[in-house]
Design a binder for this molecule. Structure first.
Ligand code: C2E
Ligand code: MG
Ligand code: MG
Length: 537
């Protein structure tokens, strides 16, 4: 009996280099009268046959990969002519080449469907795998997840891309090990992952990936990292309807989690509706601003040692039909369409008005800051507009601080330098927000006349503050001090973090340990209750 698998094995053994050898290997099978190959999948179709005097009923069919090979037996006593023998050889060569191409195509196709470094499914592979599962599972018993690793940009920055990639691979391994046969996990690139997991295993899944300790580096320098997942998920309604929502729905929830600084959010109809209404901000923004729906909240800055209030930052909230939304939900949209400058000047004006009124009531005040976006610097006369507003409300220049963020490229840097310089010449203080996350942190210290830096919260807001953190944060504080620049640390949430900072010589902090951003009246009450640095004699 013709053993097709053996036949293919023999061919494969000699492929790819030597087809003659391949034919030699299979010559025992030359009693076959006719071979037909038909394949639809690759480079159109190949179909070829040799006709010798053979029995008309196929001897046997073989489905090999996607290729149907049909063999017809030779009539007894028939011998191939020399030409026919050539044809047989030719056909066997074709099968051999086809076989090799197929193996290659499979490899390429696999590579196309897999993420390069983690070997999890990429977006195409993920969708294709779900498609292949749809008939064998009940999709409504599953949840779809979108996972982003919190603060992973900083891991990249602190440890370099090689170690960061190792951490990503470790995370991927955990996902892969967790997934059962009928579940799918994927890596969309960067620190973004997706998963399709049975709902009954939801809790187990979340517990597995919420906080994952991984070890990277080599024997000489093993580093322990805790990867924190920001997870958005959705209960799958019907996987057949739309495969893409299997990624986009949980991704909306994940984005919302990031914007509102949570680690786990489930998609609800309410959330979907809200996301829709936020998208409309492009058309409703002017009216919302005019109607006073953008509110200014205040988050105090504290002196860690005395516990007194030494400053405050104005942070915007959007009252969207009674839902108070954080800036993460709308600032990026306004930055994209360039409307952000209107909001920023509005916040500055509101802040100046508030300072003016509060001082007029005979109160001590603390320096108050507001944020400018990178895009604001596209406005040529931004400096004049800022100065004009401050003057309009008779605000003393020492009572106001303009927070700017580091730039991402050289041109932006030039523009920022001009702005800071003009503020400086007019006695207005500037502060560099989210310090340490931009591209030119050190040159900012050296070249710009800023009065303060705010160390980004990702530096301090960590599970364990180790020796590396001590060195990095300590050096920033030392450098700034030597350059007579004030240092505030953002995102201080625990007493331990505050003590850690004091030990490194940083006395100013802002963070949930002390207060969240609160409405104006609440802040005024806090000023009275806690007191300001003016109260220290
Ligand atoms: P930012 O200027 O760095 O403001 C600090 C952010 O950190 C605030 O978030 C604050 O609520 C949050 N935060 C403070 N302490 C802690 C803490 O202990 N832990 C954690 N996890 N977070 C803390 P918020 O109010 O959501 O603002 C986010 C960002 O949105 C701001 O970051 C700022 O870049 C931007 N933003 C806010 N208001 C405005 C504005 O009027 N204009 C512009 N252009 N951007 C704004
Ligand atoms: Mg700020
Ligand atoms: Mg900041």
């Amino acid at each position: 009996m013709f053993d097709f698998n053996k036949f293919i094995d023999l061919l494969n053994e000699s492929v790819p280099n030597n087809y003659d050898e391949a034919i030699n290997n299979v010559k025992d099978y030359f009693h076959i009268g006719r071979i037909e190959i038909a394949s639809e999948n690759f480079s159109g179709s190949i179909k070829c046959s040799i006709d010798s005097d053979c029995n008309e009923t196929p001897l046997t069919f073989y489905k090999h990969h996607d290729c149907l090979v049909t063999f017809y037996s030779k009539k007894d006593g028939y011998n191939y002519s020399a030409d026919e023998l050539k044809d047989v050889n030719m056909l066997l060569k074709l099968i051999a080449i086809y076989n090799e191409n197929f193996a290659l195509a499979i490899k390429t196709r696999e590579a196309e469907n897999l993420s390069y470094n983690t070997k999890l499914y990429n977006v195409h592979g993920y969708i294709a795998k779900l498609q292949s599962l749809k008939d064998s599972i009940d999709g409504t018993m599953y949840n779809s997840y979108y996972i982003n690793l919190k603060g992973f940009g900083l891991v990249n920055k602190l440890y370099g891309t090689t170690l960061a990639n190792e951490a990503i691979v470790e995370f991927a391994k955990t996902l892969k090990n967790f997934a059962e046969e009928d579940e799918v996990v994927g890596h969309l690139g960067g620190d973004n992952f997706v998963a399709f997991i049975k709902r009954e295993r939801n809790e187990d899944f979340i517990n597995t990936i919420s906080r994952l300790k991984v070890y990277v580096g080599n024997k000489r320098r093993k580093i322990e990292l805790t990867l924190i997942s920001v997870i958005g998920y959705d209960e799958v309604k019907d996987i057949v309807v739309n495969y893409s929502t299997i990624i986009s729905n949980p991704s909306i929830a994940c984005q919302y989690a990031r914007n509102t600084k949570r680690n786990l959010v489930k998609l609800t109809p309410d959330l979907l509706e809200m996301v829709d209404s936020i998208k409309n901000i492009e058309s409703t923004f002017d009216k919302e601003l005019e109607d006073g729906n953008f509110l200014v909240y205040y988050q105090p800055k504290f002196d860690i040692e005395t516990g007194k209030i030494i400053g405050v930052e104005a942070l915007t909230r959007w009252n969207n039909n009674g839902r108070i939304l954080p800036p993460g939900m709308f600032v990026p949209i306004l930055e994209k369409n360039g409307e952000i400058v209107k909001l920023d000047l509005y916040v500055l004006e509101t802040l100046c008005k508030d300072i003016h009124n509060y001082r007029n009531m005979g109160n001590n005040i603390v320096p108050a800051s507001c944020n400018l976006s990178r895009r604001d610097f596209e406005l040529e006369d931004l400096e004049d507009r800022v100065i004009e507003i401050i003057k309009k409300y008779n605000v003393r220049t020492e009572d106001i601080v303009i927070e700017v963020t580091e730039t991402t490229n050289f041109e932006e840097n030039e523009r920022l330098a001009r702005f800071i310089d003009k503020m400086h010449r007019n006695g207005i203080l500037t502060s560099v927000d989210d310090f340490g996350t931009g591209y030119s942190s050190l040159s900012v210290l050296r070249d710009f006349k800023v009065s303060e830096i705010k160390i980004d919260r990702s530096f301090i807001n960590r599970e364990i503050l180790n020796d590396s953190d001590k060195i990095i944060i300590g050096s920033i504080i030392d450098m700034a001090k030597k350059l007579a620049i004030e240092v505030v640390c953002e995102g201080v949430e625990t007493k331990h973090q505050a003590d850690f900072l004091v030990n490194l010589g940083c006395k100013k902090a802002q963070g949930f340990l002390y207060s969240k951003p609160v409405p104006k009246l609440e802040f005024e009450a806090m000023l009275k209750e806690i007191g300001t640095y003016h109260d220290i004699s």
